[in-house]
Design a binder for this molecule. Structure first.
Ligand code: FES
Length: 118
């Protein structure tokens, strides 16, 4: 199953959009470096629509206890309901529990079209 979800230039770096792949609601994300990623539009916690969340960065621990660096700007998807954060470029894995993740779909291109498939 595959679906054309948009034209390449309809989604700018740092933006997300809702779409459908067959019967599945999905979210398509474009990270600041221009990569496209697509996930099931449903949080692994309690099912919130991830498309109502935000793309942001995350606080990552340093070697010094109690100190954090803010990294991965635009590569984290934060759920709108309870704030769980997912790493877009790491298979949609939840930062707090990497065993949980958003279901990821394949993204490819046909001319100017962005195509999502199972
Ligand atoms: S539904 Fe997403 S964090 Fe709870």
């Amino acid at each position: 199953m595959k679906e054309i979800v948009c034209k390449k230039d309809e989604l700018q770096p740092g933006q997300t959009m809702r779409a459908k792949m067959g019967p599945f609601p999905i979210i398509v994300c474009r990270t600041p470096d221009g990569e496209y990623h697509a996930f099931n539009n449903k949080c692994a916690h309690q099912g919130a629509p991830m498309s109502e969340g935000v793309m942001c960065g995350a606080s990552v621990p340093t070697d010094t206890p109690g100190e954090y660096d803010y990294q991965k700007e635009g590569e984290i998807l934060r759920c709108p309901w309870h704030g769980m954060e997912y790493d877009i470029k790491n298979e949609g894995r939840m930062l707090a529990d990497p065993e949980q993740k958003l279901k990821e779909f394949n993204v490819s291109f046909e001319d100017d079209d962005v195509v999502v498939s199972l």
